[in-house]
Design a protein around this ligand. Structure first.
Ligand SMILES: [Zn+2]
Length: 332
């Protein structure tokens, strides 16, 4: 049992969770970040991206609705710019990558609940069957017949495959995400050589422009997650500018409305820089989101780096994490 679950049960048993829920919520903006909605087993690709089923997402929305307003993109912009004073707790939901399940599952949850969320699209992926690097790595490591993978690039890494396969997938993905100045194509070429297996036949995996338009018309915010999902901090300033400007222009042309939000791909501290933040502001974004956790409150409210975090899918852990974060502004 995880420490989070033990703590969640202890807080619940002692009545502390209920007391915190009734006591107060700290002023601030809690921004929840999701990727895929559904069950991990339904994909042969990266299962770690599934952060909740539709029912679990619905329970999260209902829980927060009782404690704080779930805000739209415009309301968030008013808070971030200071037009609305930050005097209470607010919650916002965001989704990265634009997978088809964001339209078929998540959209329904928010529409039925009468609330909204923001969806960040990778413009090269919209309406396509693209298999991005994280999905390709996960698929190949899971399905290879090899008993071990030996990577040379960018630094040597030996990954045995006779144990828990999902842990091996996580090791290879972390190796890629954590290494600065890595060439994605070179890394993938080595993974392909080392795994020797074919990807399944293509089937559409990302929501298309008509679906994005329908979501926008129903009040959802549509933002950019760049053109190609390149890790911005690894690109030259010129290429970063292109990624940010091209994706913004394309979404605006396709949907006929202004794009204000940008979610940095991967969103970890080492995946974008102060220069990236400045380039994003110059490109006309007014809200840019990281993904390494934290609360946006009086001590941190920065429109070029709005903090987002995940929440557990397990309902018991979710309630404890959400309560402690919103009441005390702390992470469990
Ligand atoms: Zn992403």
């Amino acid at each position: 049992m995880s420490y989070q679950l033990i703590l969640a049960r202890t807080l619940q048993r002692l009545g502390i969770l209920r007391a915190l829920e009734l006591w107060r919520s700290k002023p601030g903006i809690l921004i929840v970040n999701h990727h895929r909605i559904g069950t991990p087993d339904e994909t042969g690709f990266d299962r770690d991206l599934f952060s909740a089923t539709a029912d679990e997402l619905d329970a999260q929305v209902q829980y927060f609705k009782q404690r704080a307003p779930i805000i739209s993109g415009e309301e968030l912009e008013d808070l971030v710019s200071g037009r609305t004073p930050l005097k209470r707790l607010y919650v916002a939901f965001t989704f990265d990558d634009g997978y088809l399940d964001n339209y078929t599952k998540a959209f329904d949850v928010f529409r039925s609940a009468g609330t909204t969320a923001a969806f960040f699209l990778v413009t090269d992926y919209v309406g396509t069957a693209t298999v991005p690097w994280w999905d390709e790595i996960a698929y190949r490591v899971r399905n290879t017949r090899r008993t071990e993978i030996n990577l040379e690039y960018p630094t040597p890494l030996k990954v045995p495959l006779n144990g828990h396969r999902e842990a091996s997938i996580a090791t290879v993905l972390q190796h890629y995400k954590r290494t600065d100045n890595i060439c994605g194509e070179e890394f993938l070429a080595e993974i392909r050589r080392e795994t020797e297996c074919d990807l399944p036949l293509p089937k559409r995996r990302f929501l298309n422009w008509d679906e994005a338009r329908e979501m926008r018309d129903a009040g959802m915010a549509i933002g950019s997650h760049t053109r190609s999902h390149a890790i911005l901090g690894r690109l030259s300033p010129e290429l970063q500018k292109q990624e940010l400007e091209d994706s913004k222009k394309e979404i605006e042309a396709r949907l006929g409305s202004k794009v204000r939000g940008l979610a940095y791909p991967v969103g970890a501290r080492n995946c974008f820089s102060h220069a990236t933040e400045q380039i994003a502001m110059d490109a006309g974004y007014s809200m840019c989101f990281s993904a390494y956790g934290g609360m946006n409150d009086a001590t941190h409210l920065n429109r070029s780096n709005l903090l987002r975090g995940t929440v557990p899918s397990n309902p018991e852990r979710f309630r404890a994490v959400a309560t402690v974060r919103t009441s005390l502004g702390r992470h469990l």
